[in-house]
Every structure is written in C-alpha cells, then in structure tokens.
Design a protein around this ligand. Sequence first.
Ligand SMILES: Cc1cc2nc3c(=O)[nH]c(=O)nc-3n(C[C@H](O)[C@H](O)[C@H](O)COP(=O)(O)OP(=O)(O)OC[C@H]3O[C@@H](n4cnc5c(N)ncnc54)[C@H](O)[C@@H]3O)c2cc1C
Length: 263
Amino acid sequence: MYAFTYERPATQADALRLAQAGGKLLAGGQTLLASMKLRLAAPEQVVDLGGIAALQGIRREGQALVIGAMTRHCDVAESAEVRTALPALAHLAGLIGDRQVRARGTLGGSVANNDPAADYPAALLGLGATVHTTARQIPADGFFQGLFATALDEGEIITAVSFPIPQRAAYVKFAQPASRFALVGVFVAQTAGGVRVAVTGGGNGVFRHKAMEAALGASFTPAALAGVATAEADMSSDLHGSAAYRAHLVGVMAQRAVAQALA
Ligand SMILES: Cc1cc2nc3c(=O)[nH]c(=O)nc-3n(C[C@H](O)[C@H](O)[C@H](O)COP(=O)(O)OP(=O)(O)OC[C@H]3O[C@@H](n4cnc5c(N)ncnc54)[C@H](O)[C@@H]3O)c2cc1C
C-alpha cells in the first residue's frame, strides 16, 4: 500500500465535512481495501464510518424497515425484526459471500458500490426502496445508474435505506461458486404499487424486468412466466456464463422466486 491518512469521526456531521473535503468513505472495507491493495483506488484520506452510532441499526417505521447504512450483512440476516417483517431480505443478506464477508460488509457499502452482481441492489429495486443520504432521499428507481454507477454526488453519504414491507417477496440467485456473487439473482415482490421484478448479475447493472412484471401482474404464478423472454442483448458474457445462459437463468430464477414467494 502507500501512505494515506485515517480518520474515524464520531458524528455524521464530522464525516460529512471530511467527505466533502475529499476523504474516501470506508465502511467494512470489503471492496475498498482490496481496490487500494490493487492500486485501483488511491485515496489520500480514508474516513472510517464505523464509529458513528447513527448509521447503525434496524427499526420498523410504519409499513417500512429502515436499516442504517453501516448495518452489516450478518446483522440483517440474523435480525428477528427483518426475518418477521421482510424474510426475503434476511434471506438475501444471508446469501451474500461467506461468513467473513457478511461479518464486515455493509448495506451502505454494497449499495454505494453498485457491483453489477451484488445482491442488495436487487432488493432495493425489487421493493421500490428509498436511499436516505446526508443530502436527500433517492428512490431506488433513480439510484442505480449502471456499472458501479449511482446517483450519489461526491461527498454524499448514504445514511440508511428504507424498505417498504411487501405483501409477498422472494429472492433467488444462482451464485458464482467461488465468490457467491450472483451469476443471476432475481427479486420478486407483490407490493402496494403492483408487482416488481429486479434482476442482478445478468448484465451491466441491476434492472427491472417489465415484461415479467406485466405477466405476474396478471397472474402471480410461476407458470405466468413460462413464455416471457429475456433479451440476450441485455446480458453479459464471460467465462462463467454466456449471454444466452444468463438470459435462460433469469427465467428459471424468476419462476423459483415466485414459487418461493407463494410458499
Ligand atoms: C470474497 C467476497 C465475496 C463477496 N460476495 C458477495 C456476494 O455474494 N453478494 C454481494 O452482494 N456482495 C458480495 N461481496 C461484496 C460485499 O458484500 C460488500 O457489500 C461490498 O464489498 C462492499 O463492502 P463494504 O460494505 O465493506 O464497503 P467498503 O468496501 O468499505 O466501501 C465500498 C464503496 O462504498 C463507499 N461507501 C461505503 N459506505 C458508504 C456510505 N455509507 N455512503 C456512501 N458511500 C459509501 C466507499 O467509499 C467505497 O467506494 C463480496 C465481497 C468479497 C470480498
């Protein structure tokens, strides 16, 4: 590594001041530290969010679960509150990486990073969640902007995510066997605003599958998805799977997710 300064502010206000002055936010370091070691990132100052109590925790607010940005994946997976109100989200968090990754990785870090194969973005988009930041509230539909890109401005900090509690939801992924990232993951939800289907891992970023949403809006059954195609042109191709294979997986994962939501 190379020289950089390290700050661990105790308040959100201090973190914001440091971030706006160019400090690089550090959550669990699961992506950032690896990027620094590989010299893909070279921040002069690292701002550790781990000392800010206001960014931690899970609470119910009416018909939503509000989860602090620094809440670790293992805490979401094991939370009695999440398991009761939104079991699909607890299940999703429990599928992320391995035990070590879940013990360090955070909701805010995952969402800010927007890896095209990450799991949480599918839950945010599939549920129509809202990202709370130090500046504003951003609907998931406008937050994710393609490969590792989000609506966040420089120096803006995610403070929490608010997940509306759906009538039914489920997440199923076909995991890349080494990393456990999604080769394809599909989140389906029956919400007050209709059926939502979000796909991660298939292409350059999480996206809603409008044709599946229409089919499931008419009939929320696995069979309703039988004839619904996924465009191969929207899928990526690499040594783990061709675009055709990924497009096929989207259909299979979506049918399994609907079956799981109905179970
Ligand atoms: C071996 C391995 C396997 C993994 N498997 C999976 C998997 O199966 N599924 C999956 O979804 N993910 C997986 N991950 C990713 C992991 O779960 C983390 O969510 C992800 O790496 C982000 O890590 P972090 O929370 O520690 O954030 P960091 O690495 O600390 O930060 C990531 C980025 O987000 C920014 N950031 C962090 N917090 C905030 C905030 N509050 N506001 C604004 N910006 C912020 C940082 O500046 C940085 O740019 C895996 C990671 C590893 C190393």
